[in-house]
Design a binder for this molecule. Structure first.
Ligand code: SAM
Length: 273
């Protein structure tokens, strides 16, 4: 059982706003469609953030469906209840999903999007806890990024050197997993799940003029994460400010190309062990 206190790399005052703003309902609906989410399901949204994903999934399981959103952040769950709660069949609760999901009952399907990337060490426990709460014949849907934050062209030399160093430091010290996406198939396989399917698409494909939402999201990521890595910037030309300005210049240049693969996996809990 996991004993370490809950730690979320992107935790900061404005995290609910960042998640609200960056969640694209159209993309989410397409992902849910690929997964096979359908009316009538009893669904669990693990690491639901401020509830926007839960609310979109709720609409897709009507009529007759119900959904529970769990997140370890009391602030985001309070916001989810206020903004999206109050509908029959939509519930939210605070829970650390590294711990067993006792008392929440069994589900027809469990959805885990953009959470495992924060748990290089405990992703197994999280997935096992989810599997234990699935009905036999129920589906686990895992969605996460690969080469997370690592695929940019054409980074100037100092940036090309420091970006992988930043990511590897986050992996070592802060449990981040830049390669969570490629591990999803093995998770489902090792659980002995059946009818496994995998889909690879792109989450970000950024070229040409920058969109406000991408500028905001990537700037926020840097602002929240950089203070945790202050010493890394000591040898960067101009220190942290130099890094920030260089990245901003690169990212706002319409010649830049940035992409992030999204890997989706689904599998069925067998009817018998
Ligand atoms: C990047 S957000 C993803 C939100 C949502 N799933 C989505 O697709 O937009 C990650 C969320 O996972 C939550 N989280 C991180 N660690 C958690 C844990 N141990 N237990 C429950 N929630 C956790 C965070 O609080 C945050 O709201």
């Amino acid at each position: 059982m996991v004993e370490e206190p809950y730690f979320y790399l992107m935790e900061h005052e404005g995290e609910k706003d960042r998640l609200e703003k960056k969640t694209d309902p159209l993309a989410l609906r397409k992902q849910a469609e690929w997964c096979g989410i359908k009316p009538g399901q009893h669904l669990l949204d693990l690491g639901c953030g401020p509830g926007k994903t839960t609310a979109i999934l709720y609409d897709l399981i009507q009529p007759g469906g119900s959904i529970l959103g769990l997140d370890a952040s009391p602030e985001r769950i309070a916001y989810a209840k206020k903004c999206y709660g109050g509908k029959a069949g939509m519930e939210f609760a605070v829970h650390d999903i590294r711990r067993p999901l006792n008392g929440f009952g069994k589900f027809d399907a469990i959805w885990v999007r953009f959470v495992l990337e924060y748990y290089r060490r405990e992703s197994r426990e999280i997935i096992q806890n989810a599997a234990d709460n699935l009905h036999r014949g129920g589906f686990l849907y895992l969605l996460d990024l690969d080469y997370n934050c690592l695929s940019h062209h054409e980074l100037p030399l100092p940036l090309a050197k420091i970006v992988p160093e930043i990511i590897h430091r986050l992996e070592d010290l802060y449990n981040f997993d830049a390669y969570a996406g490629r591990k999803l198939y093995a998770h489902l396989f090792d659980l002995g799940f059946e009818n496994i399917e995998i889909n690879v698409t792109a989450h970000h494909v950024i070229y040409g003029e920058i969109r406000d939402v991408d500028s905001y999201n990537w700037t926020k990521k840097i602002e929240v994460i950089a203070p945790r890595l202050a010493d890394l910037f000591e040898t960067y030309p101009g220190g942290y400010q130099g890094f920030f300005m260089d990245f901003r210049k690169f990212f706002h240049d319409p010649r830049r190309f940035t992409y992030t693969p999204l890997i989706m996996g689904k599998g069925m809990r067998p009817y018998a062990d």
